[in-house]
Design a protein around this ligand. Structure first.
Ligand SMILES: *[C@@H]1O[C@H](CO)[C@@H](O)[C@H](O)[C@H]1NC(C)=O
Ligand SMILES: *[C@@H]1O[C@H](CO)[C@@H](O)[C@H](O)[C@H]1NC(C)=O
Ligand SMILES: *[C@@H]1O[C@H](CO)[C@@H](O)[C@H](O)[C@H]1NC(C)=O
Ligand SMILES: *[C@@H]1O[C@H](CO)[C@@H](O)[C@H](O)[C@H]1NC(C)=O
Ligand SMILES: *[C@@H]1O[C@H](CO)[C@@H](O)[C@H](O)[C@H]1NC(C)=O
Ligand SMILES: *[C@@H]1O[C@H](CO)[C@@H](O)[C@H](O)[C@H]1NC(C)=O
Length: 344
């Protein structure tokens, strides 16, 4: 190394010095930090992407030459900067310590860095690994989606980070939060209505809090009438028939009496639709209102209907229609009359 001083380094000399320094770094036999062997570099350095990393090397006054290398490339030799990277600066060059700093560290800076010294003509090296961490970040995630019941759905959640984040999906359903996939892909075949709702993708690594995003799956299904109850009410009273249907998208309702479609405002009655529920209100029930009504719930996937009876006081409803009730009544009075006439 005597040929070239550190201060004046024409290109040829750079190469020679590089080779010499290279030679000082026996790749097969790294001097691990923590060894009693001199010089002593710090333990591995872990920093987050964007932060600064300080590489320290403890030396003593017998040291005649010092350098820091990135793999086999010299960054600094003594006070001389060899690296063209403006992020690399020298921090300390004293008889006891030789330190450099890498600012705004990025993932490609990760790797082995070597402190190389020469003491009494003996080359020594110490190696430190720069480890760059990146918090988990979801880069690409599926958009909210609407499908028909029975379809297949695939959701995707791509995340970056160092270390490689673990990606999981779970269903934020009403009945607890179940893990549904421990993968970037969430595949649901033959989707059911109770699988609709929010799904949460979470990307987790050991660096920072997980990155979490949500995707909503809407599952369309045809109407299903969940409530339709017969109603008894006296003449002159207010009567309400109601019909409840679950459907996605929300059902639209129609009311029929026999074949006739009913319209709101006609004959002192009103039809009101509120969400899943439709009501048919009679403000002042009369005899002609009694009978059989049909509630029809429709959405773009289909329709269904239910029959609801408005009946008067004293009527026995379950399973018997009003006509047969009337007949039974006539028959009963007839028998009573016959009885009466036979007796007298
Ligand atoms: C430093 O990091 C390297 C590479 O990741 C590893 O092989 C080595 O065991 C680490 N040394 C210490 C002291 O943690
Ligand atoms: C270290 O070397 C790697 C590989 O050549 C390079 O991408 C990176 O920019 C270097 N970092 C510094 C701080 O010199
Ligand atoms: C997200 O991933 C999808 C599917 O691989 C791809 O088509 C789309 O271009 C990606 N979007 C972004 C912003 O990377
Ligand atoms: C209900 O209708 C009957 C017969 O049309 C009528 O006599 C009665 O006053 C009405 N009652 C109400 C509260 O409007
Ligand atoms: C009610 O449903 C039955 C069976 O699906 C169908 O045949 C009938 O036409 C429907 N009635 C109305 C009024 O939609
Ligand atoms: C009411 O009408 C519907 C459809 O017209 C019919 O299916 C049902 O049996 C009727 N119910 C009664 C109690 O008459």
């Amino acid at each position: 190394m005597g040929v070239c001083g550190y201060l004046f380094l024409p290109w040829k000399c750079l190469v020679v010095v590089s080779l010499r320094l290279l030679f000082l770094v026996p790749t097969g036999v790294p001097v691990r930090s923590g060894d009693a062997t001199f010089p002593k570099a710090m333990d591995n350095v872990t920093v987050r992407q964007g932060e600064s990393a300080t590489l320290r090397c403890t030396i003593d006054d017998r040291v005649t030459r010092v350098a820091w290398l990135n793999r086999s490339t010299i960054l600094y030799a003594g006070n001389d900067k060899w690296s063209i990277d403006p992020r690399v600066i020298i921090l300390v060059n004293t008889p006891t310590q030789y330190s450099i700093m890498i600012q705004n560290v990025d993932v490609y800076d990760e790797g082995p860095y070597t402190c190389s010294v020469q003491t009494d003509n003996h080359p020594k090296t110490s190696r430190v690994h720069l480890i760059v961490q990146v918090p988990p970040q979801i880069m690409n995630i599926s958009s909210d989606i609407t499908v028909n019941e029975g379809s297949s759905v695939t959701l995707l959640c791509l995340a970056i980070g160092r270390s490689e984040p673990t990606v999981t999906w779970r269903h934020l359903s009403v009945k607890g939060q179940g893990f549904v996939s421990e993968d970037e892909y969430l595949e649901i075949s033959d989707i059911k209505r109770d699988q609709s709702g929010e799904y949460e993708c979470s990307a987790l690594n050991d660096v920072a809090a997980p990155d979490v995003r949500k995707v909503k799956i809407t599952v369309n299904y045809p109407p299903y009438i969940s409530k339709a109850k017969n109603t008894g009410v006296s003449v002159g009273q207010k009567g309400i028939l109601s019909c409840e249907a679950s459907a996605v998208p929300m059902a639209e309702f129609q009311w029929f009496k026999e074949e006739t479609r009913l319209a709101t405002g006609l004959d002192g009655m009103r039809i009101e639709n509120k969400g899943r529920m439709s009501t048919l209100t009679f403000f002042n029930v009369s005899e002609k209102d009694y009978g059989n009504y049909t509630c029809v719930a429709t959405n773009k996937l289909g329709n269904t209907n239910a029959s609801i009876t408005l009946y008067g006081p004293g009527a026995v409803i379950d399973g018997v229609n009003s006509a047969s009730r009337a007949l039974a009544c006539l028959w009963l009075s007839g028998t009573l009359l016959a009885h009466f006439f036979i007796k007298f």
